[in-house]
Design a protein around this ligand. Structure first.
Ligand code: NAD
Ligand code: UD1
Length: 337
């Protein structure tokens, strides 16, 4: 039985491929490498001591997907492939809708034709409406403020409708909070193109000296130290959540949305201090204005993942900061090092 992983060369995909292979699954990756490097998959193979099947094409291409489903005994699909930058999505909404909806529709259609029923979808905490109280639970109000978020919410709706029309399908919509960190080997990690928008890659690049300082986006929020609070989750914990979701999908039918978060929020300054302490490096910073669109605090209620999947995050903020730095220090230019 093989698992099709779309976007398997990317940040979360590569860590999930490794967990899958270490746990005895055979993995087939489709990724057109638009935001990743084949080197990530080579390293996954080296770390696991196993080979995977790799296809380099756009997941929106139904004909090529059909051939992959014909050539492998695929039992389940984990769909990571997608565009993910919130700011970029505002400037190029059509590309985001075409890719994120197009790939999901193409995959779901292929799965239907080939009688493959288990679908794990990468959703995001960004699908929750802004006026919810924390922590966010799966039944809370949904709503988005940017095209990226809408693509995730629309894909969720498409997959929910599919499960109504085709009750044999089993779909798990995993709503990730803030994935950070890297595999403890330091061989695979996050490799953003250009200047990162997200906090952790900006911190690690600043610690390397690539940026003069981090700008903390606002210190006047209604949080204990005034800086933004998020639910950071180690990417290895997140990857393990996908294996639990796969097992759940095989045992059940229908569609479930499930948060993958720790349930614990950390502020920007708490993350900075933890990073400096664990790694014994300095990260210069300055306080700047709030970033438009940011919320004061976002964190998960992770209870449903515990109840349905038997999953909870095990790695703490020190592990996340140590592993992020270990990856960055050993790979200062990412996979191009
Ligand atoms: P990533 O960019 O590192 O990985 C995505 C991979 O998909 C890349 O390897 C890219 O080359 C590939 N890809 C994109 N479109 C494709 C297409 N049409 N055909 C083939 N390959 C394609 O991103 P990531 O951080 O690993 O995120 C994985 C998924 O999780 C995405 O769907 C993202 O929206 C979602 N997500 C990520 C975060 C996060 O903070 N990283 C948070 C919530 C949700
Ligand atoms: C962003 C996205 C969100 C996505 C998530 C994970 C926006 C508005 N939201 O969320 O949709 O799911 O990334 O990919 O872009 N910060 C700084 N300085 C920096 C960078 C960040 O102070 O240079 C602060 C932010 O204000 C925030 C926290 O660090 O309080 C985390 O930021 P970030 O990593 O961008 O994640 P989110 O804002 O949660």
């Amino acid at each position: 039985m093989e698992i099709l992983v779309t976007g398997g060369a990317g940040y979360i995909g590569s860590h999930t491929c490794l967990e899958l292979m270490e746990n005895g699954y055979d993995v087939v990756v489709v990724d057109d490498l638009r935001n990743s490097d084949l080197e990530a998959l080579r390293r996954v193979e080296a770390l696991s001591g196993k080979a995977l099947a790799f296809y380099n094409f756009d997941v929106c291409d139904q004909d090529r997907l059909d051939k992959v489903f014909g050539a492998h005994a695929i039992n389940s699909v984990i769909h990571f492939a997608g565009l993910k930058a919130v700011g970029e999505s505002v400037g190029m909404p059509l590309a985001y809708y075409a890719n994120n909806l197009g790939s999901t529709l193409a995959l779901a259609g292929c799965m239907k034709r080939h009688h493959v029923r288990n679908f794990i979808f990468s959703s995001s905490a960004t699908v929750y409406a802004q006026d919810n109280r924390m922590p966010l639970a799966e039944g809370d109000a949904l709503g988005c403020t940017n095209p990226y978020g809408w693509t995730k919410l629309m894909c969720e709706q498409i997959l929910r409708d599919l499960c109504v029309a085709e009750p044999v399908f089993s779909v798990v919509l995993l709503r990730y909070f803030n994935p950070i960190g890297a595999h403890p080997s330091g061989r695979i990690g996050e490799d953003p193109a250009g200047i990162p928008n997200n906090l952790l890659p900006y911190i690690t690049q600043t610690a390397l000296g690539r940026h003069a300082r981090l700008t903390v986006h606002g210190n006047d929020y209604d949080t204990p130290d005034g800086t933004g609070v998020r639910d950071y989750i180690h990417v290895v914990d997140l990857a393990r959540g996908h294996l639990k979701a796969l097992e759940y999908a095989k045992r059940n039918r229908g569609c479930e949305a499930i948060n993958l978060g720790t349930g614990r929020g950390y502020s920007v300054l708490e993350i900075l201090r933890a990073f400096e302490t664990v790694n014994q490096v300095k990260v210069p910073y300055t306080i700047g204005p709030r970033r438009p669109g940011d919320l004061a605090a976002v964190y998960a209620d992770p209870q449903k993942a515990g109840e349905l999947l038997g999953w909870q995050a095990e790695l703490g903020i020190e592990d996340m900061c140590r592993d992020a730095w270990n990856w960055q220090r050993n790979n200062p230019r990412g996979y191009r090092t």
